[in-house]
Design a protein around this ligand. Sequence first.
Ligand code: ATP
Length: 225
Amino acid sequence: MAQKSNVAVIGLGRFGSSIARSLYNIGHDVLAIDMDESKVHDIMGQVTHSVAGDGTNEGVLRELGVEDYDAAVVAIGSDLVASVMACVILKTIGITNVVARAHDETHGNALERLGVNRIVHVETEMGNRVAHSLFTPEVEQYVGLTNDFGVNVIRVPIEWVEKPLKEIGFSGPRGKQSAVLALKRGKDVFLSPDTDDHLKSGDVIVVAGKDDQLRETLKNDLSDK
Ligand code: ATP
């Protein structure tokens, strides 16, 4: 890990508790806050500190020393007022890196105006990812860059094993339609693999490209090649 940071996570629903646990597992110091004592109890031992309290109360946050934290995550989704209040206070007390979950577009716009550094549209982002992998199960992760272009993490299907990348239809890093950015084999990662490289079973590749082009490539029948 590059650097250990202090992060406060406010709101321990499924989203907030998952972020808090992941941050702690990566090695950060995590203070998890929720109004609901049962949520605080559930996460005990999986983060550095967990405290029952109102994340929209400046006094509570100051008492917990949150103003000295490197970052804060506001994971309250459905209570727009509480989410906005928590963000205003965090920005006011000087947290430079505030990440907040937006319930919808209006909520996201409000958070943007408050200077929230990263706004996460959980439902939209997850919906987008699932939609892109529904008919292409090889695509394990998808990040859209535009409406029709994205970065895909693909578990190599059996038909591609022992085939060179160029035969499958991939070009190098300067390709116009799609390019393989990285190849993961076991614990090794190779950046910009050569298009003559043959794939092996269990390989994972990261491909940037046009969505329809990738769908075509995944549908290609390579059995006669
Ligand atoms: P998820 O989809 O992540 O499971 P959810 O839909 O269950 O979330 P939300 O209403 O988004 O619930 O709230 C997430 C958590 O935030 C809840 O555990 C709730 O108790 C907590 N919460 C709400 N308001 C505050 C507040 N002012 N201070 C601290 N925690 C709060």
